[in-house]
Design a protein around this ligand. Sequence first.
Ligand code: SAM
Length: 295
Amino acid sequence: MHPRQILDRYGIAPKQSLGQNFLYDEGLLARIAAAAELSPADAVLEIGPGLGALTRQLAQAAGRVVAVELDDRLLPVLRYELEPFANVEIVHGDILSFDPASRFDGPFVVVANVPYYITGAILRRLLEGWPRPRRMVMTVQREVADRLAAKPPHMSLLAVSVQYYGRVKLIGTVKAGAFWPRPEVDSAVIRIDVDAKHLERRESTDFTDDTDWRASSSVKSVKSVDSSASEAAYFRVVRAGFSEKRKQLKNNLRQLGLGDEAIAAALEESGIDGRRRAETLSVGEWETLAASLRL
Ligand code: SAM
């Protein structure tokens, strides 16, 4: 059924402030669910189930689906639409306050057609939290998808932050007309496969508060005492490296307070030319540089 018909039945209008643009092409929804490669052994976190169209597909493929929806007006719709699926748990709440440990005891899979204004904040919260997603399939703004999947020399703080955790792949694009109401921009489906090494132990990160990575200032960084030293060092170095857009790397790294000689030595040890700009470095180069700086 068309989303408009469902909403009319409940006397609800879509809220633009909550990014409510609903996907309704069953074929497209099936392709998004298929990109997550779910099996009955999987536990899924769906962010913003809306009217439950994607949730139904997920419920048929996964063992368990936890669907977190902020808009209380949609809860009766979700309860009705998902009633046949005993493996779906509907949670009323804000994903930015959701604690994965309250529902998952190990790595889970995220599938979401997310409100665009909180894409960065969602990525940050889930990737820095524990337990972590081992895979994320997200429908995001096309431009954000391109930034997430960027390669040198087009990296950004967002790209090096997300790609630190895993591989980002562009699955496909979605035209604005596939949504109702129709958004102003096209979208794309991306998949992030988190590296096994980041799923092994409990870690948390002192992330940057740069707006490039934080799409929402309402999110607080969740720090944990057992934060991995190499992870913390990585984020200190990339934060310094990207601190001023047009400056060369060696100048931006002064922010670390180490002195020019130490910085030059670390750059030489890493085989990185200090005149380069931050956008040209790969995640591997940042990791090597962070190790050489011995923070
Ligand atoms: N999954 C549905 C689909 O694909 O048609 C709806 C997607 S719609 C783009 C985004 C959904 O996220 C809406 O249902 C909206 O109410 C919900 N939402 C917005 N902000 C949220 C938040 N902070 N936490 C949880 N859900 C949120």
